[in-house]
Design a protein around this ligand. Structure first.
Ligand code: ADP
Ligand code: TRP
Length: 329
């Protein structure tokens, strides 16, 4: 049995990128493995969220996890800040992490560029906290989207370094996971780049059918192919990328053929895409709305998750302390 760990920051509602990049993979694995899925609320603090919204965000993400099909009977679902052991492991890992390597991280460089007024130390050490999340349960697999590849590489480097320094084989090589396939990048429908909360281009699991139709119909396209079999522009490729994720192979073949013969009508393509997204999202949304109002159920999931996660975390931190030379008097 393998150990699987993943998490999503509680900075807003979950979108198709989170679902197809991370959540769905995890849900497929939860019955055969030892699984931990947490809400990264400590991680959300790098952008200084309003305290009045912190809890609401966590509750929303928890409901969205459960509505998507995470099963608290088989997986451990918990809130990162309910397991303070992660903060201790983060502190210990920080002692063997070099400022230079953190400064070279792509996500850090991008944050500096986008928000030069808020370059806090939490942002710099973000990959160390993420490594602590993963190593806290000594994960074999980490289902994530393509954007997290570098963070996973850093996690493995920190783990190897710890093992080398102390002459142990303690931490495993935690691998990003997507069923033997390439990690997924769900694009936005605004022409370029990935779908993301901060990109303002999300199609959310909580969106109504009407919202989804509106967002998809607004997707950026181009003037259409001028000659048979011409290459697709990036905005059109992005629409096909999402179509491949949510629609049947027949549908994808049909529209690809239409594109290649210059007969495509983007309006028809978008209508089909919207309906196929709705097929995935609508049942999830209905469950989210039901679960979100069931406070007793949510409280029980959080309490059970916290207990199970802390038992695992406590064991790791005790062993790490021993390896590093801490001894009781
Ligand atoms: P966001 O990017 O929306 O702020 P997070 O950074 O918290 O969300 O990402 C949580 C998880 O969702 C990660 O595993 C990440 O790889 C995945 N993810 C986010 N956006 C995408 C996307 N557009 N395509 C694929 N995976 C994604
Ligand atoms: N850094 C991840 C993101 O922004 C979220 C995250 C935090 C995570 N800790 C993790 C993902 C541990 C997987 C495992 O998407």
């Amino acid at each position: 049995m393998k150990t699987v760990v993943s998490g999503i920051r509680s900075t807003g509602n979950l979108h198709l990128g989170n679902y197809f990049g991370a959540l769905r993979n995890f849900i497929k694995m939860q019955h055969e493995n030892r699984c931990f899925f947490f809400i990264a609320d400590y991680h959300s603090l790098t952008t200084h969220p309003d305290p009045a919204l912190l809890h609401v965000n966590v509750k929303n993400v928890l409901s969205e996890y459960l509505g998507s099909g995470l099963d608290p009977e088989v997986a451990t679902i918990y809130i990162q800040s309910d397991v303070p052991e992660v903060a201790e492991l983060y502190l210990l890992l920080n002692m063997h992490t070099y400022v230079g390597e953190l400064e070279r991280t792509a996500s850090f460089k991008e944050k500096i560029r986008k928000h030069p007024d808020n370059v806090n130390a939490g942002l710099l050490t973000y990959p160390v906290l993420m490594a602590a999340d993963i190593l806290l349960h000594r994960a074999d697999y980490v289902p994530v989207g393509k954007d997290q590849e570098q963070h996973l590489e850093m996690t493995r480097r920190f783990a190897r370094r710890f093992n080398n320094i102390y002459g142990v084989e303690y931490f495993p090589e935690s691998m990003p996971y997507n069923f033997g396939q390439e990690l997924v990048k769900v694009p936005g429908l605004d022409g370029s780049g990935k779908m993301g909360k901060s990109e303002g281009n999300g199609i959310f699991l909580i969106d109504s059918d009407a919202d989804i139709r509106k967002k998809v119909m607004r997707a950026v396209t181009d003037e259409g192919p001028k000659e048979p079999n011409s290459p697709m522009s990036e905005p059109v490729q992005n629409i096909f990328t999402i179509l491949k994720i949510v629609s049947s192979p027949d549908t994808v073949d049909y529209f690809t053929e239409k594109y290649n013969t210059c007969e495509i009508r983007y309006g028809d393509l978008k209508k089909q895409l919207a309906e196929d997204i709705i097929k995935t999202v609508a049942p999830i949304r209905e469950r989210i709305l039901e679960i979100r109002s069931d406070d007793a159920f949510l409280a029980k999931v959080v309490k059970d998750g916290k207990e199970k996660a802390r038992a695992s975390a406590d064991k790791t931190v005790a062993e790490v302390r021993e390896i590093m030379g801490f001894k009781p008097f």
